[in-house]
Design a protein around this ligand. Structure first.
Ligand SMILES: O=C(O)CCC(=O)C(=O)O
Ligand SMILES: [Fe+2]
Length: 365
């Protein structure tokens, strides 16, 4: 699929639109997929008819940002897990999460812990990932027991469990080094993270309309209006939007603009002190402004799913449009963050492997 969504010249767009219409017909008629080349097989299997229609109708200038879905509100707003009393979300926090798509800031770590941890994060910033073999801020928890130790903290996982249930997997983490003068991370949203290569989703929930993924974002530096605190468009998790190719700002390496007007939404910026956390569904439109200061704004996130969601089943690698490169999955796996994995749907890295030197870390942390 097109890895750098730009508007192509008309003579290129016409035949591609015709080919897409052909593939949509193939899908509708349920013709055998096994005869198709790998890329086309994925498209016919995973694209929702709305994804075909949007591309074809717009003459290849607009697409769904991710697999379309509409957020189904729970019948009753209540915690999905029993947790330590000090980690309980209030009824107002739960209600607000479902109505707006995010909750926070919540206190999880001390500023002193984060100040010390920041040195570890800076030390690996320009190093190659042992998991993927190139420089990437993704999934460094496979090689940083201290990062895993913080991710696994009940102050983090008990909060997520109240939204997703007691058994949780972490399927990805990311460190955000937002250096002095770094540009904005433009408005974006995701559902199954098909946005990455536009062929296969990363996540396979039983029903996309249910809540099946939570991102926990933790500030390592204070995040402020000046250095690019996270901001959300409240309530926009209701549905997945479309994008226009060739946007002004760019999302990492991809140039696109989300079809949404800031003026029409309630925008909520959430400054955090170091050690505070925001929980959100990636379906809620969010981003962060440029860092206008001369200092770093460091944060990390973990992306979590309940154990009944399969992650990258049968996949050897994926490509990321916006976080450059081909991520081979042979050293990757989900890891149990809390509870037990009774479903075993995904390649798994045993938590013991991530806990190497845990005693030393506990003392340092
Ligand atoms: O740290 C940021 O500015 C962006 C974070 C984000 O988009 C995410 O955690 O999903
Ligand atoms: Fe995000």
């Amino acid at each position: 699929m097109n890895m750098a969504p730009k508007v192509r010249p008309l003579w290129q767009r016409m035949p591609i639109c015709a080919a897409l219409a052909g593939l949509r017909g193939y899908q509708a008629l349920r013709l055998p997929r096994r005869v198709l080349p790998r890329d086309l097989k994925s498209i016919v299997r995973n694209w929702d008819p709305r994804m075909f229609n949007q591309l074809i109708r717009s003459g290849l200038t607009s697409a769904y940002i991710d697999q379309p879905c509409e957020f189904r509100q729970p019948a009753v707003v209540e915690s999905k897990a029993d947790v330590a009393p000090e980690h309980r979300l209030t009824q107002e926090q739960l209600t607000s999460f479902y109505e707006r798509g995010f909750v926070g800031p919540l206190d999880v770590f001390s500023p002193e812990q984060m100040r010390d941890f920041k040195q570890d994060l800076l030390a690996i910033e320009k190093t190659k990932s042992q998991t993927y073999g190139f420089e990437t801020p993704r999934d460094r928890h496979f090689e940083m027991p201290r990062l895993w130790y913080y991710m696994k903290s009940p102050a983090v996982t008990d909060r997520i469990a109240q939204l997703l249930g007691p058994d949780l997997l972490c399927w990805r983490s990311q460190i955000f080094y937002k250096g002095p003068g770094s540009p904005a991370i433009q408005w974006h949203q995701a559902s199954t993270f098909m946005v990455e290569d536009y062929q296969d989703p990363a996540l396979f929930p039983a029903d996309r309309n249910d809540l099946f993924q939570i991102t926990a974002w933790i500030a390592v530096d204070d995040s402020t209006h000046e250095n690019g605190a996270l901001k959300f468009a409240a309530g926009t998790h209701n549905r997945i939007r479309t994008i226009h190719f060739g946007g002004k700002e760019g999302f990492y390496n991809a140039a696109f603009e989300l079809d949404f007007r800031e003026e029409d939404q309630e925008i909520v910026e959430i400054p955090c002190r170091a050690g505070q956390m925001i929980l959100f569904t990636e379906r809620c439109i969010h981003g962060s402004a440029a860092n206008k200061t001369d200092k770093h704004r460091i944060a990390f996130n973990l992306r979590t799913v309940p154990t009944n969601v399969a992650v990258y089943p049968g996949k050897k690698y994926y490509r990321s449009v916006y976080n450059g490169g081909k991520y081979h999955l042979d050293k990757w796996g989900v890891a149990v963050l809390r509870g037990e994995d009774r479903h075993q749907l995904s390649r798994t890295i045993p938590a013991e492997m991530l806990e190497r030197g845990a005693d030393t870390i506990r003392r340092a942390a």
